[in-house]
Design a binder for this molecule. Structure first.
Ligand SMILES: Cc1cc2nc3c(=O)[nH]c(=O)nc-3n(C[C@H](O)[C@H](O)[C@H](O)COP(=O)(O)O)c2cc1C
Length: 329
């Protein structure tokens, strides 16, 4: 079957878009062409851990197009992990050079790798030449602290046979604050030979459609937080219906029960569900007034009680509100 571009992909989000989310979301809402797995760090020991296999085992991802993501700056570790994933049946492995977390960049990984473009170039030379049995994509930011870094970095990426280069147009120093630097993405977009994906701050159907039109030939549009806020977002982009109240309630219930089974703890499952509702509140008009009550609930029953007026009484928005926007301090 021929694939329609741009693909709509679910961003890798540690703690949010793991196996439980993928299974429940794909079953209840669909609409995503690809799910990227939150990063896995391969170690010197050439073997995935039990914990990592809970995300990576082909059986838990059956029926979905799923791409594992690796976080490393050591070619040896990338190579064994990518080969193993190829043998497990994956067709693509993604390299994370965007993560801005302090503990990650301190080791020169994630967006820390962007500070050493020559090393990154050498890394990509080596892994792209290796016989891995999978294609390689990269998820990146524009640089460490200055937009001009992307002059060199864009060349480094474009020199290699990548399946896709997914760009989140922020610098490491931006973390997730301020507006995305779309002007930089625009400046370089036409010059790339490598297929490009866009990621960052797309919230509504109109945002996604406008991005597709503004950047003709995009291979992929990746969305993270807005899909947490509105699980029907991709379905709507594809012409399907908005999420009904019943669907939102059912989604929360299924996520909760699946996490409770996975964690063997209803308390931990509740903590996790609150992380989704941090975003999902933005789908309901006036819900922030109810946030405190919802987030302080200590039991699943108290949470249900606090959720009821939100999902039963408040108007559902046509699109989620970009309530997680963080201004520059
Ligand atoms: C809680 C959280 C966890 C994330 N985990 C990852 C990750 O594992 N790998 C990665 O490449 N990006 C990660 N990201 C970044 C997202 O993939 C994405 O680039 C970012 O949220 C911007 O896209 P959005 O505006 O559509 O959410 C994470 C972001 C958040 C907020």
């Amino acid at each position: 079957m021929s694939q329609k571009f741009p693909l709509l992909s679910v961003a890798p989000m540690e703690g949010l878009t793991g196996v439980v989310f993928r299974q429940v979301h794909s079953r209840l809402f669909g609409g995503a062409d690809v799910y990227y797995i939150p990063f896995v760090t391969p170690t010197i020991l050439p073997k995935f851990t039990e914990r990592q296999l809970r995300e990576l085992a082909p059986t838990v991802n059956a029926g979905l197009h799923v791409v594992p993501q690796l976080l490393t700056r050591r070619t040896e570790d990338f190579i064994w992990a990518a080969k193993t994933l190829g043998e497990m049946g994956y067709d693509e492995v993604n390299l994370n050079v965007g993560c801005p977390a302090g503990t990650v960049v301190a080791k020169g990984k994630g967006s820390g790798f962007l500070r050493t473009p020559a090393d990154l170039d050498h890394f990509l030379d080596t892994v792209c030449e290796a016989d891995l049995g999978v294609e390689i994509s990269v998820k990146t930011r524009l640089g460490w602290a200055d937009e001009s870094e992307f002059d060199l970095l864009s060349n480094v990426f474009d020199r290699h046979r990548l399946k896709t280069l997914i760009i989140h147009p922020r610098l490491k120093s931006d973390q997730y604050k301020g507006q995305v630097r779309t002007h930089v993405f625009e400046k370089y977009y036409d010059g790339f030979n490598v297929p490009i994906g866009y990621n960052g701050d797309l919230t509504t159907v109109a945002d996604i459609v406008a991005t597709k039109e503004r950047f003709g030939g995009l291979q992929q549009i990746m969305v993270g937080r807005a899909l947490m806020a509105d699980p029907a977002l991709f379905r709507k982009v594809k012409g399907g219906p908005s999420a009904s109240r019943e669907e939102i309630v059912g989604f929360t219930r299924e996520l909760f029960e699946s996490y409770a089974r996975a964690f063997d703890s209803r308390k931990n499952a509740l903590m996790r569900i609150k992380e989704y509702w941090f975003y999902q509140l933005n789908l309901f008009e006036g819900a922030q007034a109810y946030a405190k009550n919802l987030f302080k609930s200590k039991t699943p029953e108290a949470f249900d009680e606090a959720l009821r007026p939100i999902v039963e009484e408040l108007p559902i928005r046509t699109d989620a509100y970009f309530g997680w926007f963080k201004p520059i301090d």
